[in-house]
Design a protein around this ligand. Structure first.
Ligand SMILES: CC(C)(COP(=O)(O)OP(=O)(O)OC[C@H]1O[C@@H](n2cnc3c(N)ncnc32)[C@H](O)[C@@H]1OP(=O)(O)O)[C@@H](O)C(=O)NCCC(=O)NCCS
Length: 158
């Protein structure tokens, strides 16, 4: 199985929708179906994807993991959050493709992108119950710092 990582094709409407739908699925998985679905409209999520692709608004990138036949398996959204801090905004892998190293490739690519910008630290946030995500980032050396309202921060020096 050959997995490839590439940046999103910003002009591809269907690809933008593909990510926006999975942003909603991520929220539903992390926050629960009811809360996650109600939090943002599809229109807002669509605009949020585009925000990361507009250099006038944000220094960001969206990476996809794809098969050679083009099928998309997962994505990560990264952006410069502060002058020396990179943020993994969300990372999601379609359920049937989990535990096959897709997220590992996406996080590697995101960190590479951050290092290319000269960022000194990388961070992500999630719920304190999202053990899979904790384990993923901890394999990359991130420190887990408990936060407020059931959220945790995972952070490391790049
Ligand atoms: C968390 C998530 C992105 C992991 O994606 P994935 O492609 O399955 O992860 P990988 O296969 O690359 O895993 C790499 C390593 O991370 C750790 N890991 C990943 N998922 C794990 C899980 N559910 N439980 C324990 N460890 C896990 C393991 O160490 C794993 O290595 P191993 O499989 O050799 O043991 C995926 O489960 C997901 O999309 N979850 C829902 C969305 C989400 O919570 N996103 C974050 C929002 S803040």
């Amino acid at each position: 199985m050959t997995l490839e990582i590439r940046a999103i094709l910003g002009e591809d409407e269907e690809e933008i929708l593909w990510v926006a739908v999975r942003m909603r699925l991520t929220l539903m998985e992390v926050l629960g179906n009811e809360v996650g679905e109600a939090l943002y409209s599809m229109d807002w999520l669509d605009r949020r994807v585009r925000y990361h692709l507009d250099p006038l608004k944000c220094l960001g990138q969206i990476f996809l993991c794809v098969l050679p036949d083009g099928r998309r398996l997962g994505y990560t959204i990264v952006r410069r959050e502060e002058p020396t801090l990179g943020l993994f905004s969300t990372t999601y892998v379609d359920p049937e493709w989990r535990r096959r190293g897709v997220a590992r490739l996406l996080v590697s690519q995101g960190e590479l992108w951050m290092r290319g910008l000269g960022l000194a630290q990388s961070v992500t946030y999630t719920s304190e119950t999202n053990r899979g995500l904790h384990a993923l980032y901890q394999t990359f050396g991130y420190e887990l710092i408990p936060g407020e309202s059931g959220f945790v921060k995972l952070i490391k020096a790049l």
